[in-house]
Design a protein around this ligand. Structure first.
Ligand code: SF4
Ligand code: SF4
Ligand code: FES
Length: 377
């Protein structure tokens, strides 16, 4: 955990007490930082696949290998602590050969066509393979990893043909969510991501946070709803950053909007989390923030003010009329029975400013302290 915090600090807060050399440049670092953290702060390009700054380094994918003077083998930058006076090389013919060979191997049992692979989130493996010029003509191996086709959970789909066994999902589940609902199982090319007894996620300790989807670099863990609805891939969606309105934490999230849907009115296709490091939620979301967005299009949702007519039936009206009717009703109760006959109940789904205005309305306008909000209990 100390390492990850040092990553976030990146020179801001942690004291940079020693230095090493990266690609000929002298770079200071703080105790506990890895070569990757120091190199990225210095602007060096080191590709990664199994690295997530929220997780302890695993050194699993071997994408981030660098040369260190005096070391016979290439070393994983994500899992190697920086040391004083180390001399690190991130760009060389040897490293370029390594990138090309490694990513060509990864691609041999990965969905070959990039568009077919990226039906949802972008695939970091495809992006890296393109960037380093990985071979596309190597003999293919059909993936034999087992999926969980009968998992009846409503939200999360595992697509084994896209999995590269980086274990970001299982580590996220254990280290961030602390529930260990999913695990690596099997041997060799049959190794896969599964649950105890291959049970549905709803029969495990899974909290449906969707963090395994968020951290997955290839879209192997993905959302079921956009798949079922044949939503456009992420690259065709607009991301609109907003604040979750389910509770008072104020998590940041991105609405993924298909602008062309509904005759140009647009439609929220899914919710994703901003990158790790984005406060206050560091790229994490709960089940409500990530998956409970379909109320936006629900036909029962109230989108216009309603008032009761003389017969007691609800009918649409203007905001002016609705507010005037509410004000007259509240004032009438206060006049007849006194202000303490009124009670004002607000919601943690409102903003802080709206809650402030509600108590102001109760106290300053009507003169009662009968005001409450659900987050207060
Ligand atoms: S949704 Fe959250 S709790 Fe469930 S398997 Fe994924 S990371 Fe673990
Ligand atoms: S499902 Fe995704 S995050 Fe999990 S091991 Fe496979 S590629 Fe990595
Ligand atoms: S990112 Fe370093 S080994 Fe995977």
């Amino acid at each position: 955990m100390a390492d990850r915090n040092a990553d976030r600090a990146s020179g801001g807060g942690a004291s940079l007490t020693a230095s090493l050399t990266i690609d000929g440049e002298r770079v200071p670092f703080a105790p506990g930082e890895t070569i990757l953290q120091v190199a990225r702060r210095a602007g060096a390009w080191i590709p990664t696949l199994c690295y997530d700054p929220r997780l302890e380094p695993a050194g699993a994918c071997r994408t981030c290998l660098v040369e260190i003077d005096g070391w016979r083998r290439l070393a994983p930058a994500c899992a190697t602590p920086a040391a004083a006076d180390m001399v690190v090389t991130t760009r060389s013919d040897r490293i370029a050969r390594h990138h090309k060979t490694l990513l060509s191997l990864y691609m041999t049992d990965h969905v070959a066509d990039r568009d077919a692979c990226e039906t949802g989130a972008p695939c970091e493996l495809h992006a890296l393979a393109d960037r380093v010029g990985a071979a596309t003509d190597w003999p293919r191996m059909e993936p034999v990893r087992a999926g969980r086709p009968d998992d009846r959970n409503a939200f999360i789909e595992f697509r084994p043909d896209r999995c590269i066994l980086c274990a970001r999902c299982t580590r996220y589940c254990a280290e961030v969510e602390a529930v260990s609902a999913i695990t690596l199982a099997g041997r060799g090319s049959h190794t896969t991501i599964t649950t105890a007894d291959a049970a549905s996620l709803v029969d495990t300790t899974c909290e449906m946070c969707g963090g395994c989807i968020d951290t997955c670099p290839t879209g192997a863990m993905t959302e079921k709803i956009p798949l079922r609805e044949h939503a456009p891939p992420d690259r065709l969606l607009d991301k609109v950053r907003t604040t979750c309105n389910y509770c008072g934490v104020g998590c940041q999230l991105d609405l993924n909007v298909d602008r062309a849907a509904h005759g140009g009115r647009g439609r929220v296709v899914k919710v994703t989390s901003p990158p790790p490091g984005t406060p206050p939620n560091d790229g994490n979301l709960c089940v409500k923030g990530r998956f409970a967005y379909q109320f936006i299009e629900h036909p029962d949702r109230l989108t216009r003010p309603l008032v009761r007519d003389a017969g007691g039936s609800l009918r649409e009206t203007s905001w002016e009329d609705a507010l005037a009717r509410a004000a007259a009703g509240l004032r009438g109760v206060a006049d007849r029975h006194g202000a303490d006959a009124l009670g004002f109940v607000s919601s943690s789904r409102c903003t802080m400013e709206e809650n402030y205005l509600m108590q102001k309305l109760a106290r300053a306008v009507f003169g009662t302290n009968n005001v409450h909000q659900c987050a207060a209990t």
